[in-house]
Design a protein around this ligand. Structure first.
Ligand SMILES: C[S@@+](CC[C@H](N)C(=O)[O-])C[C@H]1O[C@@H](n2cnc3c(N)ncnc32)[C@H](O)[C@@H]1O
Length: 429
């Protein structure tokens, strides 16, 4: 398996690539348009990504793609605004271009497998048409696909993080997703079952101890020996680590000190609210429009709870997520650990760029589970693995017990693609 070719598009800092490399599938080509992410990737994964806008990929990137013979997998998905209803087939519509560019690369490369990742919103974007058209295209390109909403905490990530994954192979052979290994509770996301409980936020970050003043300081661990399995995995033999510092927050010191574990800015008296938060809160009250419709929940400080899994790490986590015990936001290293980047993995760029790279990442731990899964299924194809099938006959249809109306709409659209061609499960993860 080690010499199999995998290609990472929209590679970012390299979370997905790291997980694939940990499973013995190190990407041979990577690309992203963010300079800092490319540098982080190169310094940690040991491969220089093509620094290119994948809307208009550079000639040298395309030449490398054309020279990659019969790759095992194309990994990574474009950030997706969704197909506009007016421009479903219009590759010139700006919002569609990245998706079409991505599909063009799948067509050009014909990888045996692809792993496409996106945010949950993909499932309900444009009344389900985005995921429907995407699925239809993959099927037209000869892939048998499976779409699932996955919570990475079920693979042992100390963080509730839901993403939509579309996995496909062009051999027409049906498959399942990796089986969940852990139960979890992040407060917002929970799945408490008979599986062993996954690591908590405390397991993940308490061994790092007090923050340091400078990004470049080499900080010793709170105790010389690993304190738990997750800590041992993150240390991976390191005796010190860097980037264990936080964004300055003098203006919010009083609010931070007042917050109890599990509380957010909304729990505090208005006297603690900064102007920007007040503006947002009042706007909500005035016209009653949910803030989600405005493009995101109101930002504000939240103190995390050590005994739970972390809330989802975004680019705002290093500003807004307060440590359960210390009166400060999480450090970049703590955020990186919650995304399962090992402690030797350092990030390039400004503090904001680092926070974005970490928040954007596909957790390496989950990527490793998927990579091992793909490799295992692929090796069972035997001689068939060089064949592309046109008949896409295997499927498994799993119905959710309770679906929101927008998700039910998506469900109907996907079902219309023919339940003989597509296996999907929109169960809440
Ligand atoms: C969700 S992140 C991917 C994270 C990555 N898979 C990982 O595991 O760390 C999306 C990435 O797409 C990149 N991106 C967005 N638009 C792009 C474009 N037009 N061309 C190339 N890269 C782009 C961003 O710079 C970002 O790194």
């Amino acid at each position: 398996m080690a010499e199999e070719t995998t290609i990472s598009l929209f590679c970012g800092a390299g979370g997905m690539s790291l997980g694939f490399a940990q499973a013995g599938l190190k990407p041979l080509i990577a690309a992203d348009h963010d300079q800092d992410a490319c540098l982080t990737y190169e310094q940690n994964i040991g491969l220089k990504p093509f620094h290119t806008d994948l809307n208009e990929p550079s000639a040298d990137f395309l030449a490398a793609i054309d020279a990659a013979h019969d790759p095992l997998a194309l990994i990574g998905g474009p950030p997706c605004q969704g197909f506009s209803s007016a421009g479903q087939k219009n590759a010139d519509d700006k919002r569609n271009r990245l998706i079409f560019a991505y599909l063009g690369l799948v067509e050009r490369l014909k990888p045996k497998w692809f792993l496409f990742e996106n945010v949950e919103g993909l499932l309900t974007s444009n009344r389900g048409k985005s995921v429907f058209l995407l699925a239809k295209k993959f099927i037209e390109l000869g892939y048998l696909i499976r779409i699932e909403k996955v919570n990475f905490a079920s693979f042992g990530l100390p963080q509730g993080r839901k993403r939509v994954i579309i996995l496909g192979n062009r051999l027409g052979v049906a498959f399942q997703f990796p089986i969940p290994q852990f139960s979890f509770n992040s407060g917002k996301h929970k799945n408490i079952n008979s599986l062993p409980p996954g690591p908590t936020l405390a397991d993940a970050i308490f061994p790092l101890g007090q923050a340091s003043d400078k990004m470049e300081d080499a900080v010793p661990y709170r105790s010389p020996a690993p304190e738990n399995d997750y800590d041992a995995r993150m240390r991976a033999g390191s005796s010190t680590f860097r980037q264990h510092t936080t964004t300055p927050t003098q203006t919010q010191a009083a609010a931070i000190a007042a917050l109890k574990p599990g509380q957010t800015m909304q729990h505090l008296p208005e006297a603690y609210w900064p102007k920007s938060f007040k503006r947002r809160a009042y706007r909500r009250v005035k016209d009653g429009t949910p803030t989600e419709k405005r493009g995101g929940a109101p930002s504000g400080l939240k103190r995390l709870q050590g005994q739970l899994a972390s809330l989802t790490i975004t680019s705002a986590a290093a500003r807004e997520f307060i440590h359960p015990v210390f009166n400060r936001p999480l450090t970049y290293r703590e955020c990186a650990r919650l995304q399962s980047f090992p402690d030797h993995f350092n990030f390039a760029g400004s503090n904001q760029s680092i926070a974005t790279q970490i928040g954007n990442a596909f957790p390496a731990m989950a990527a490793q589970v998927f990579a091992e899964h793909i490799a295992r299924i692929d090796s069972s194809f035997g001689a068939d693995r060089n064949v592309t099938r046109s008949g896409l006959i295997d499927y498994e249809l799993t119905r959710a017990t309770a679906m929101s109306p927008p998700l039910a709409q998506t469900d109907t659209l996907l079902a219309s693609l023919s339940d003989k061609q597509i296996g999907f499960s929109l169960l809440t993860a």
